[in-house]
Design a protein around this ligand. Structure first.
Ligand SMILES: [Zn+2]
Length: 637
């Protein structure tokens, strides 16, 4: 048994459910396997060294030790709890991790910091006791509680119920007592507690947590949360805090992206436990709104730095993209819930797009530096006014929500790959490892692949019963070949975009090859920011024209691409020895004065010389940043 997030669903009518056991092979020389290994041995320890150095952990100790001074943001405890969740999932990949980060000592500190009634939030406990629960719009008390509860659930699933789980339950019980039942409505301006409470319900079967989550979700849009604003932290207009509209009417993705996505996770969790179809229907409408008109090609969401928010449809500036790492991680987690609820392949396709582009690009190849904001165009002479728009990946941020989020997703990524129902086993994501069920129809599959570098997937069927094995055919794939026990399948059955292997049995050896070709991607006519440009894609990976891979004499911003030119590809290796494909295409170099002026009445084109452009996967750009980068590249007319 090896359970991950969202693994204890109680509802009976979902399309499929997570499986009991999944584990990646860390000796495999493939992108995600290596990343998960390094996440446990490098990223999570790095995060904890920051939590120690910057007083995040001593802030909690300071609750009962007046000799310590509290420092940092009022919601800093949330990063401790989210990092603990990451460490617990990752402890399965590095046996020394918990000792390395002094896990038991941190749990002691948290336990001592908890008030007798269950409350814990070091900022309010130290700085403003009399302000507890008085600024629900932006105080983040429930948001922080949500991350505590998710860490407690992770502890229960991986290590067994211990101190963290006990602290979580005690706080959750306080929340139920204070805000549940017939008490006046209350919820937090930063959604997160809703999804966490339903996970706790799954772990405990205590209906009170589900009911409280439902109450908090259903009351949104009444303006109550907006009214609970002391002005102490920051202004909170209703749309920014997801209090502008009922979740039953909300078909458009708006406001702060991470808050919208965490709220959506809660709504889908509520649907999955109550089977109230209206909730699913409206959420699927929102998915179309956000994915079709408000999402970048790399899987980023958030067009505006102001309020970290969604923009209007097709408002997708490449250079000023906010595209926070956390937003795409939450989008990934929301899509997993949509996939389990519906079985619609489009959600699995999008998870792949998010994973191998924006999410993968957020982390440096030494695994201890991260992007907060993930633009699709970085100018060589970019000036960052705030740390979240830095040109380089940074080892920490003033608001450092993203690194722990990367840590917890990568540490549990294998749990988002395969699902099952009584008649089907569904392989959604292609990861090198072992997957198994412990239902009354046991099965076990070993998967071998170096995806996304290669489109080849081998499945070794160790054990199988009466179910149909289904393997997702990626949305980008134009042709594929399936071979079972050395024999090519002549007329493969495809159902709902999945290859259906109806007579799969124990001992079968299956080889599926998705043809991976380079291709050009064109923007929608209304996508003004990318009009006249093209992007390059190979399989699930979007490519970037990155100065690091081109001559310093050929500035990226002076380059145009000949969009019908042939691709010349070459396999290369990253610093970790993981293979990937770089590509060269023909283009031209514009002879330009960089000093302007910015406009002229002269319609003549500048002189241009032929040149070759080198592109690499967006996930590899800027290691290190040596100049400009762009995903959408202007075309030679
Ligand atoms: Zn973040």
């Amino acid at each position: 048994m090896n359970r991950g997030p969202v693994s204890q669903l109680t509802s009976g009518k979902l399309h499929s459910k997570p499986i009991a056991s999944a584990a990646l092979d860390h000796d495999a020389n493939s992108f995600m396997n290596h990343w998960q290994k390094m996440n446990a041995s490098v990223t999570v320890p790095h995060i904890f060294s920051k939590l120690y150095d910057l007083s995040y952990i001593s802030n909690l100790a300071a609750v009962v030790d007046p000799s310590l001074k509290r420092k940092g943001m009022w919601f800093s405890d949330s990063d401790v709890f989210k990092s603990l969740e990451a460490a617990i999932w990752a402890s399965q990949h590095d046996a020394s991790l918990l000792q390395k980060i002094k896990f038991d000592e941190i749990l002691q500190i948290i336990s001592r910091a908890q008030d007798p009634d269950g409350y814990i939030n070091s900022w309010f406990q130290i700085e403003a006791r009399d302000q507890q629960w008085k600024d629900l719009a932006s105080g983040h008390e429930m948001y922080t509680a949500g991350h505590l509860i998710q860490a407690g659930v992770a502890e229960s699933r991986v290590l067994g119920k211990g101190k963290l789980f006990d602290v979580s339950v005690k706080f959750a019980d306080l929340l139920v007592k204070k805000f549940g039942g017939d008490t006046p409505y209350a919820a937090d301006g930063h959604p997160e507690l809703e999804t966490a409470l339903i996970e706790l319900y799954r772990e405990t079967e205590n209906q009170a947590y589900l009911k409280l989550s439902e109450k908090m979700l259903e009351g949104r849009g009444t303006g109550y949360i907006s009214s609970q604003n002391t002005g102490r932290f920051h202004p909170s207009p209703p749309v920014y805090i997801q209090d502008h509209m009922s979740i039953r009417e909300s078909a458009h993705a708006v406001g702060h992206c991470v808050r919208q996505m965490y709220l959506n996770m809660g709504v889908l969790d509520l649907f999955m436990e109550t089977e109230d179809k209206a909730l699913l229907d409206i959420q699927e409408k929102m998915w179309e709104d956000s994915t079709y008109t408000k999402m970048y090609l790399t899987g980023g969401v958030g067009s505006r730095h102001r309020d970290e928010s969604f923009g209007d449809p097709f408002e997708l500036p490449n250079d000023r993209a906010y595209a926070e790492t956390c937003a795409s991680i939450a989008y990934y987690m929301w899509n997993w819930r949509l996939l389990l609820a519906t079985g619609n392949k489009r959600y699995a396709d999008l998870m792949e797009q998010l994973c191998y582009n924006l999410i993968a690009g957020s982390t440096s190849q030494d695994f201890k530096r991260f992007f907060y904001s993930n633009p699709l165009h970085r100018r060589a002479d970019h000036l960052a006014a705030f740390d979240e728009e830095s040109s380089e990946r940074m080892d920490w941020y003033r608001v450092s929500c993203c690194p722990p989020n990367i840590g917890r997703l990568v540490a549990s990524i294998e749990h988002y790959a395969v699902s099952e129902n009584p008649t089907e086993v569904l392989v959604h994501q292609f990861l090198h490892g072992d997957f198994a069920s412990d239902t009354n129809q046991p099965w076990k599959i070993s998967a071998m692949t170096s995806y996304p570098h290669s489109g080849s997937l081998k499945l070794d069927i160790k054990e199988f019963g009466e179910q149909v094995l289904k393997v997702r055919i990626p949305q980008w794939c134009k042709s594929f070949q399936a071979v079972v026990n050395g024999k090519k399948v002549d007329s493969p059955t495809v159902e709902g975009g999945y290859l259906a292997l109806k007579s799969c049995k124990s001992g079968d050896q299956i080889e599926i090859t998705f043809a991976m070709e380079f291709e050009y991607v064109y923007p929608h006519e209304l996508l003004d920011a990318s009009r006249g440009m093209v992007a390059v894609r190979r399989g699930p990976e979007i490519y970037a024209l990155d100065q690091s891979w081109n001559s310093p004499d050929v500035l990226v911003e002076h380059l145009k691409i000949i969009a019908d030119s042939k691709f010349k590809s070459e396999i290369t290796k990253d610093p970790n020895g993981i293979e990937f494909t770089k590509v060269t295409v023909n283009g031209s170099y514009l002879d330009l004065e960089r000093s302007g002026p910015s406009y002229t009445t002269d319609s003549a084109s500048p002189s241009a010389q032929p040149v070759e452009l080198v592109l690499v996967p967006y996930s590899r750009w800027g290691n290190p940043v040596t100049g400009g980068m762009r995903v959408w590249i202007p075309r030679v007319n």
